[in-house]
Design a protein around this ligand. Sequence first.
Ligand code: SF4
Length: 237
Amino acid sequence: MTISITPSTHLARIYELLIDTYGEPENKPDYDPLGGLVGTILSQHTSDINSGRAYQQLVATLPTWEEVRDAPTHEVAEAIRSGGLANIKAPRIKNTLHTLTEWQQSQGGTKSLSDYLYDELTQRSPEEGWHYLRSIPGVGPKTAACVLMFNMGLAVMPIDTHVHRVSKRLGLIGSKVNADQSHDVFARITPPEWVYPLHVNLIRHGRKICHAQRPECGRCPLYSECLFARGDQGQPI
Ligand code: SF4
């Protein structure tokens, strides 16, 4: 069932200004949520280049997720060394794979872990899928949303530091709304087809102009829509 949400005038103006400034990015999901989940764990606290290298090294060393699950932790850690924090990420990845294995076994299933997770997510609404992924120990709200949006093409907004900061300054969310609560706010106010472009463009804007320290308000295309620039930060409009 497709949900229809009519955006506020404020959000619509922000959305259009971001599109005019940064273009309209297109999502190209690969429908590989387990690969995405492992990749997202590897991407924590490192660059995309390093985590991508670690992922490639992992699948070259241990080509199936079942092999990763069953390999000694030190072998997994060695394979992902280039991604940083290998001794933390290796057990996290293995625990995730063991959790999915236990869940599938409790249902009497025999699919590959990749197929199992894909099928579990396609049986659920995006919101249910988000809660399902979050019930895997060590999987937080942003990781769950990234998998659903980037890998499954679903309208679930990942709230990273840029999205959270810029949205607060613009007044899309209240100043006291934390990242976890922001997820629910965006689910209520954003038309599903806007979620991916809005996410990507808020990050671009946060990196290029609306920096955490010294935002460049003087050259900001969103100035007319910004509560922070008016000295009125805090209340959604
Ligand atoms: S006007 Fe300033 S605070 Fe507001 S979005 Fe632009 S850069 Fe950020």
